[in-house]
Design a protein around this ligand. Structure first.
Ligand code: SF4
Length: 269
């Protein structure tokens, strides 16, 4: 079945059951694995109300490459990011650069002040040093909860997750459904670049002069919050710079420790 042959308008007045049935049919009927990234992005703008399609990015290479594709094709889908309130200054500057370069407005979703204050009062500003569960709690308050809030206005969530980023991400599907947090409404989650290697991505970036986050030039391979993201040494895993204090060989949860929860279904919508 072709990408265009299954249509949906999930934001309409249908019941949750009807909406979820459409999402299931899209998952079953559209051959996402056979589509390239640009085709998937174009398909989302046709298949959904574009106001309910969100490309959520932290401005790493894959996300910016997809912004380039969206802007080049003038697709009306939304571009958004989560500002954890602990992002490096370079990320804020880069967001401005991307907006100017592509002439787009980027939505910025932030955590609730009350939740942050309660967390810091209880566990301290640097709780993420004190155990994986506290790192996950911090990521939940600063990233996952704001993302869940963002997804209340979305029927389709596009991410830049790639299979070669880590062992945990090797099984990442190009398409899956997730249930909106706190409700039974399904959201179509797309990872259009899941099967792109880093080499292929780098070639696209070079060929198309796609801007790159300035911290890549300082040795970072994965960029998130300050302190929790560090540069990597040659030969290190791409996500070794994340939460570096969990890199001990004795840490049996080392792989899980390299995730913030945004892309682990058990934590997220
Ligand atoms: S990456 Fe670090 S500072 Fe950012 S939300 Fe997660 S634990 Fe908190």
């Amino acid at each position: 079945m072709s990408a265009a042959s299954v249509q949906t308008q999930p934001s309409g007045p249908d019941s949750i059951e009807q909406h979820n049935d459409r999402i299931d049919k899209l998952l079953d009927g559209v051959g996402f694995d056979g589509l390239d990234v640009e085709a998937i992005l174009k398909w989302t703008a046709d298949a959904f109300d574009p106001a309910r399609v969100v490309l959520n990015t932290s401005f790493q290479m894959a996300g910016v490459a997809m912004i380039h594709m969206v802007a080049s094709a003038r697709l009306p889908i939304r571009i958004a990011t989560i500002d954890t309130l602990r992002l490096p200054a370079e990320t804020h500057t880069f967001i401005q650069q991307i907006q100017e370069r592509y002439g787009i407005d980027i939505e910025i979703q932030r955590p609730e002040t009350e939740k942050i204050e309660r967390m810091v009062r209880r566990f301290g500003e640097y709780l993420f040093f004190d155990g994986k569960h506290l790192q996950e709690h911090c990521c939940k308050v600063r990233k996952v909860d704001p993302n869940n809030e963002l997804m209340k206005s979305a029927d389709c969530w596009i991410s830049g997750v790639r299979r070669d980023q880590s062992a945990l991400r090797q099984q990442t599907p190009k398409a899956m459904s997730a249930t909106e947090y706190g409700s039974k409404r399904k959201i179509l989650r797309l990872n259009p670049m899941a099967d792109w290697s880093l080499d292929r991505l780098q070639a696209f970036v070079d060929e198309n002069d796609v801007p790159q986050h300035p911290l890549y030039a300082q040795g970072y391979q994965s960029i998130g919050c300050v302190i929790c993201s560090t540069p990597t040494l040659p030969g290190e895993d791409p996500r070794a710079g994340r939460w570096r204090w969990f890199n001990s060989p004795e840490d049996v949860d080392a792989q899980d420790a390299k995730e913030c929860g945004l892309h682990i279904p058990m934590y997220n919508i």
